[in-house]
Write a protein that binds this ligand. Structure first.
Ligand SMILES: N[C@@H](CCC(=O)N[C@@H](CS)C(=O)NCC(=O)O)C(=O)O
Length: 215
């Protein structure tokens, strides 16, 4: 199975960590940016990453890909079947995909993507504005929500909720965005614990090594 995209995208990283936790092998292929490959375009009509191929079957959108993988490889389940736990899991994924990543993207795009991948300056004021105004209410919410006892967001074990919520914090690391451990000790400890898992850590190390190279 092929996943098109780069793990620098939090949506791509979410699928890679999800697959890693389930022991599913995905071959990662670039999209072909700036001239997308025909294979990628077939899978992703609106040119967004990630896209996915399993033989003749293609799919785009991280959530669609994750639901396909969960249905095809039900063990170990990362989306609970209990109605209340499932609802919460999808809430956390949706929160991460919309509220959290919208904020992170303003920072990551303007501090890294624009200059490095598009060859034009980013809007540093917009990034600073997001860090100062958008991020604190998100972190305040997480600080009163994340488990502080070594547990997980939903139920007794790791779920898609943890993968979705912790993953975008790798982008905050890459941009050196301030997530103050004095003000947000539970969030920082929780995120560090999830991102240290073998399903995440090697991807984040590779991303950091890539960004450390001259453009
Ligand atoms: N809802 C989609 C969002 C995918 C998305 O927006 N990906 C970004 C990268 S983080 C992208 O491909 N942007 C390029 C573009 O918009 O042309 C998902 O979950 O996969």
């Amino acid at each position: 199975m092929i996943l098109y995209g780069s793990s620098l995208s939090p949506y791509v990283r979410k699928v890679l960590a999800f697959a890693g936790e389930k022991g599913i092998q995905l071959d990662v292929e670039p999209t072909g940016f700036p001239d997308p490959s025909a294979e990628f375009l077939e899978a992703s009509p609106f040119r967004k990453m990630p896209a996915f191929r399993d033989g003749d079957y293609t799919l785009a959108d991280s959530s669609a890909i994750i639901h396909y993988l969960e249905a095809k490889y039900p063990q170990a389940a990362l989306i609970p079947s209990d109605p209340q736990l499932r609802g919460k899991t999808i809430w956390f994924e949706e929160f991460a995909d919309t509220v959290l990543i919208s904020c992170g993207a303003k920072i990551f795009f303007n501090l890294i993507v624009a200059q490095r991948f598009l060859g034009r300056p980013g809007d540093e004021d917009a990034a600073r504005e997001a860090e100062l105004n958008d991020l604190p209410p998100i972190l305040d919410y997480l600080e009163r929500t994340v488990p502080h006892d070594g547990g997980y967001l939903v139920g007794d074990g790791l779920t898609l909720a943890d993968i979705a919520v912790a993953g975008p914090f790798a982008n905050f690391r890459h941009t050196k965005t301030n997530v103050d451990p004095q003000r947000y000790p539970r969030t920082v400890a929780y995120v560090d614990r999830i991102l240290a898992r073998p399903s995440f850590a090697p991807w984040i190390e590779r991303e950091a090594a890539l960004l450390a190279q001259p453009a």
